[in-house]
Design a protein around this ligand. Structure first.
Ligand code: NAP
Length: 281
């Protein structure tokens, strides 16, 4: 019988290795070209959670030897104004990646703002161009959370080919690209959302469960098939995931803790993609 501790997928440790690799890449770029890879982050409004995420990402950026620019815009900024600022960053050759922190507050049309980011600078993987490439399995950037999850699944040698994966959540930055990445690796994917009927019985058939719902402890331990791999992308106030961890750890074979699972992988993927963007540009 596997001990509960052996079932944990350690995103913190893997992310630290990926960040060290990114730092080596950044140092090499700097030494050979004099260029410092640069991520520009746009933060609109005064949401404290968004400000915390931005601080965390900027810190990791600087740890990896990259430059981090921050553009802060006030609450009430309009779509046109935000698009104008993104276009300036898009034209700036010293900026290699652009991140618009989301959620962006009303009245901004988030999709219009995201689409102003050129695909070659879309290191957060939010544009329709990036999603299209992910769906078609083309090389390039991808939404950071699902890409980080795929890396974690590979690190733990989770068999995807022929497996049944159930993804709960269909957002453009998480559930949808996640489902595409799994399909591209030959999993059979059931993509669930708020209108899905009989969710527990679908999850009961899953070899791999990806919870991306945004509701604390939403996925119950009793839904998990014995031996399944459980990925909890949820990050709710109080460091609580979307999975009932205590209930799920018994039947599962592998599970990501919250915190320390998916979260660090998201940031490491962002940093890695920014380093890659600098290499490509
Ligand atoms: P989102 O845009 O709010 O999407 C949530 C999805 O869950 C929607 O597709 C929604 O369905 C579905 N859903 C809601 N209630 C449901 C129900 N009762 N049954 C089945 N599906 C239901 O959220 P998101 O941006 O994808 O984020 C999801 C979670 O991941 C959140 O906890 C967020 O904090 C976390 N997250 C973590 C990271 C990280 O780095 N760790 C990064 C991004 C997000 P409908 O489409 O039908 O509304």
């Amino acid at each position: 019988m596997t001990s509960n501790k052996a079932k944990l997928m350690d995103g913190t440790a893997l992310a630290a290795r990926l960040l060290a690799d990114a730092k080596t890449k950044v140092d090499n770029i700097h030494q050979s070209t004099g260029v410092t890879p640069t991520l520009a982050t746009v933060l609109v409004g005064d949401d404290p959670a968004s400000a915390t995420y931005v601080r965390m990402k900027r810190k990791r950026c600087e740890d990896a030897g990259m430059k981090s620019l921050l553009l802060e815009l006030p609450q009430g900024t309009g779509t046109e104004e935000l698009v104008g600022e993104i276009e300036k960053l898009a034209a700036d050759e010293s900026v290699h990646g652009i991140l618009v922190q989301h959620p962006v507050p009303a009245p901004i049309d988030k999709r219009t703002a995201f689409e102003a980011i050129p695909v070659e600078k879309d290191v957060d993987g939010v544009t329709s161009g990036t999603l299209g490439r992910v769906i078609l399995g083309m090389p390039g950037f991808a939404a950071c959370t699902p890409k980080g999850i795929m890396r974690l699944l590979d690190e733990y040698n989770v068999e995807l080919d022929g497996s049944h994966a159930v993804v709960i959540g269909r957002s453009p930055i998480l559930g949808r690209p996640m489902a595409s990445m799994l399909i591209n690796r030959h999993a059979t994917v059931t993509l669930c959302h708020s209108r899905t009927r009989s969710l527990p019985s679908l999850v009961r058939h899953a070899d791999v469960v990806i919870a991306a719902v945004g509701k604390p402890r939403f996925v119950k331990g009793g839904w998990i098939k014995v031996g399944a791999t459980v990925i909890d992308a949820g990050y709710n106030p109080g460091n609580i995931g979307d999975v009932d961890f205590e209930g799920a750890i018994e039947p599962c074979s592998l599970i990501t803790p919250v915190p320390g699972g998916v979260g660090p992988m998201t940031i490491a993927t962002l940093i890695g993609q920014t380093a890659d963007a600098a290499v490509q540009q």
